[in-house]
Design a protein around this ligand. Structure first.
Ligand SMILES: Nc1ncnc2c1ncn2[C@@H]1O[C@H](COP(=O)(O)OP(=O)(O)O)[C@@H](O)[C@H]1O
Ligand SMILES: [Mg+2]
Length: 245
């Protein structure tokens, strides 16, 4: 059994009277890619935001390498550095080049010498085939290229885990593939990843495990072959029946 990188135990979260996470248990091994699937409103984004500590949880624990990162009063900055997150909207600063967007946060936070930081950022652009676009401004890039820059921006913080929230959902269909290819590459390089996605074909092909969320719980999880070919729970069957049609 590989060592668990991230463990969630009984995680609960409500917004006012609205329970959104109703007891989430999840264990992610180092180097695993886990796909979260489920209808809109099932709590996928909230789960990712809670893991990254963008939202405090009400109950339960979140362990990163065995350390409880959900304890009240814990210093959040180092936790957020270790857990990168990328959203559907890439929100690059329009008045900065792609490279400047990428070095902005690490310059402020990591206190790395400017030259070393630029070299490291340039190496990231190169590694993901974006070296020719480093000096361009966001409006000179396609949506797919901007989203890949947003992923590089998160990677520049040298996270140990990456969370992705529907990062291809806003892209034109012909641009989705290049972003999914980047995720494939990251997985190949051993990054631990948790992603909410509607790309069922991708989840089926690439995920180590798929978790189906409904009503704030993980209703069913397992290898994609099992989840997609023979879902056990009626709610999983209904969801997949609707989306795979
Ligand atoms: N900041 C918030 N304040 C109040 N309600 C929220 C907030 N964020 C999410 N919710 C609610 O939580 C539920 C789950 O939303 P979300 O986690 O975005 O689901 P998903 O990503 O699966 O579509 C929804 O009912 C949504 O309205
Ligand atoms: Mg969402």
């Amino acid at each position: 059994m590989p060592e668990a990188k991230l463990v969630l135990q009984g995680v609960k979260k409500s917004f006012g009277e609205n329970p959104v996470l109703c007891g989430i248990d999840l264990s992610i091994a180092r180097g695993d890619m886990i796909c979260l699937i489920g209808a809109s409103g099932s709590g996928k984004s909230t789960l990712l935001r809670c893991i990254n500590q963008l939202e405090p949880i009400d109950e339960g624990t979140i362990l990163l390498d065995g350390q409880d990162i959900s304890e009240p009063g814990i210093d959040l900055a180092p936790v957020r550095r270790r857990i990168g997150i990328v959203f559907q909207s890439y929100n690059l600063f329009p008045h900065m080049s792609a490279l400047d967007n990428v070095v902005l946060a690490p310059r402020r936070v990591l206190h790395e010498a400017s030259e070393a930081l630029h070299a490291r950022a340039a190496a990231l652009f190169d590694r993901f085939g974006l070296a020719p676009h480093m000096a361009k401004y966001p409006d000179q890039l396609s949506g797919g290229q901007q989203q890949r820059v947003a992923v590089i921006r998160a990677l520049a913080m040298q996270p140990e885990i990456m969370l992705f929230d529907e990062i291809t959902a806003a892209l034109d269909p012909e641009l989705v593939g290049e972003v999914l290819n980047l995720l494939r590459q990251l997985r190949g390089e051993g990054m631990t990843m948790l992603l909410a996605t509607h790309e069922m074909g991708f989840a089926r092909e690439v995920a180590d495990r798929v978790c189906f969320m409904d009503g704030g719980v993980i209703v069913e999880e397992g290898p994609p072959k099992e989840i997609f070919a023979a879902p056990k729970h009626v709610r999983t069957q209904a969801f997949l029946g609707a989306v795979l049609r």
